[in-house]
Design a binder for this molecule. Structure first.
Ligand SMILES: Cc1cc2nc3c(=O)[nH]c(=O)nc-3n(C[C@H](O)[C@H](O)[C@H](O)COP(=O)(O)O)c2cc1C
Length: 147
């Protein structure tokens, strides 16, 4: 089974709703195991074929939790090369956090990123939740062999 980690941070619940929908979409693809969590360790990251990170944009940046995780993974030389990387998050007006996450995944960890990232303004409505499900499906399809 190919494993996907959906790791998110959310202060007021908007990115959390996105994370749940991304997971729903990923689970529609056969042969993948999906884990959704708001905490992990840098060492754990190595256990997944795909890592999707959900972070809202606060003060033009990703959440401190996500930044610290990248920092620790870099210090500990965790090897994520070639893994699929994806990023999503809720925002209010600028929304750059998920793009910054993909940039680090691609440039620092040499992951294969799914571009562009998915951003939704404030609380996702039904239409936007569907976009999240489609994004999750796309991530899962990247790690499952095509027949
Ligand atoms: C103090 C504060 C700073 C914020 N800074 C930004 C920002 O720089 N850019 C932006 O797009 N949204 C910004 N926002 C809006 C949040 O990204 C938005 O409320 C988002 O839906 C929060 O997601 P969450 O519910 O997952 O925490 C800010 C919100 C607060 C309260």
């Amino acid at each position: 089974m190919s494993k996907i980690l959906i790791l998110y941070y959310s202060r007021t619940g908007n990115t959390e709703k996105m994370a749940v929908a991304v997971a729903e979409g990923a689970k529609t693809v056969q042969g993948v195991e999906v884990e959704v969590t708001y905490q992990t360790t840098p060492e754990m990251l190595a256990n997944y074929e795909a890592i999707a990170i959900g972070t809202p944009t606060y003060h033009h940046d990703m959440s401190l939790e996500v930044k610290n995780l990248f920092e620790e993974a870099a210090v500990k030389n965790i090897n994520l090369k070639g893994k699929i990387g994806a990023a999503f998050g809720s925002y209010g007006w600028s929304g750059e956090a998920p793009r910054l996450v993909l940039e680090i995944m691609r440039n620092k960890f040499q992951m294969r990123t799914i571009e562009p990232s998915l951003i939704i303004k404030y609380e996702p409505d039904q239409e936007n939740l569907q976009k999240c499900r489609e994004y999750g499906k796309k991530i899962a399809e990247e790690i499952t062999p095509r027949t």
